[in-house]
Write a protein that binds this ligand. Sequence first.
Ligand SMILES: [Zn+2]
Length: 90
Amino acid sequence: MYRDDRTVLDPTCACYVCAELKTEKSALHALFKEKNHEAGRLAIIHNVSFFNTLMSKIRDAIRQGTFSKLSAIYVSRAEKPSWKKMEKIL
Ligand SMILES: [Zn+2]
């Protein structure tokens, strides 16, 4: 699925792997296939950043009283929503 995908892991993500290294999905796929330990390290950096961002958005939504709206948007999407799209909605 990602073997030939030359796009950045998540272009909306500000983590080191996406924003600084601009790691392509195909590159990460190749590292996982090689059982290269760097694959796990890069995935962890991205995933922790994703969940830190998600928790930050949840805290903000709770403070603003819009958590149910955020939750509905997030759950209704088949794939991970773009934070930029969500910020426009909220
Ligand atoms: Zn990332």
